[in-house]
Ligand binder design. Structure first.
Ligand SMILES: *Cc1c(COP(=O)(O)O)cnc(C)c1O
Length: 230
């Protein structure tokens, strides 16, 4: 038995589940992100070799330690809480930052991107359940923030990301879809609704997600708790 057999089987199951949910929802395409926290690079590279080539990183330190070991064909999105003083470590190598959770951070990423001579694709993270333990824009403050963020140079607002309250996904996925549709009617270029993780991605797709972020259902359970990283 191949040492990555578990991942191969998980990939098959995830692909089937995503495809079924996608067809039912009538969504054109759904991207599947492999969330790599705590996963050794060899296992990540196996997933990349099977076509799971979009990787989600949520800790700058861990990412810096692993990035040179990743297969060069992998595309990286940053999905964790990002401190302004760490933007410089990721600005050149990630394709998108999904976790813009304040206007301040958006301004700092804009500044760093301009200095690096690039434009950074970004998603704004919405604290859709308005949970005090989570970062992100509250849905009511977001429209004003979006107006400023959309006007910044060096960043391109591509959509929204959310981590809804555990076990209450469905209701909040629907709220996210409403917010996303509202934003799309105001701004051009929004095309990503990133929501759904291992335990609830079929529900998220049913509500219109077109990017799901999957960790444990792909690589297996993580030993350490992940709450601190999000
Ligand atoms: C860890 C993490 C995921 C994946 O979580 P799983 O439940 O293991 O699929 C998705 N998004 C973010 C932001 C995460 O931190």
């Amino acid at each position: 038995m191949n040492e990555f057999e578990d991942i191969a089987e998980n990939i098959k199951r995830i692909r089937d589940t995503v495809e079924n949910a996608r067809q039912r929802a009538g969504t054109q395409s759904v991207s599947i992100m492999a969330v790599t926290k705590t996963v050794p690079p060899e296992r990540v590279n196996f997933a990349v070799s099977q076509g799971f080539d979009l990787l989600g990183e949520n800790r700058v330190q861990e990412y810096l330690g692993k990035k040179d070991l990743y297969d060069g064909s992998a595309r990286i999105h940053f999905i964790g809480h990002l401190q302004s003083n760490k933007i410089k470590y990721i600005i050149d190598s990630v394709e998108m930052i999904q976790s813009i959770d304040s206007v301040h951070l958006a301004r700092e990423v804009s500044r760093a991107a301009i200095a690096a001579g690039r434009t950074m694709d970004i998603l704004c993270e919405i604290n859709i359940g308005e949970e005090p333990s989570k970062t992100g824009f509250s849905p009511s403050e977001f429209p004003d923030a979006a107006a400023e963020i959309a006007s910044l140079e060096g960043v391109r607002l591509k959509g929204l990301m959310a981590i809804p309250p555990v076990n209450e996904g469905k209701r909040y996925f629907e709220k996210m879809r409403e917010l996303y549709d509202d934003m799309r009617s105001r701004y051009t270029g929004l095309e990503v609704l990133s929501m759904g993780m291992s335990s609830d991605y079929p529900d998220a797709i049913a509500c219109g997600a077109n990017l799901v972020r999957i960790g444990s259902a792909l690589f297996g359970a993580r030993l350490n708790n992940t709450v601190t990283s999000i």
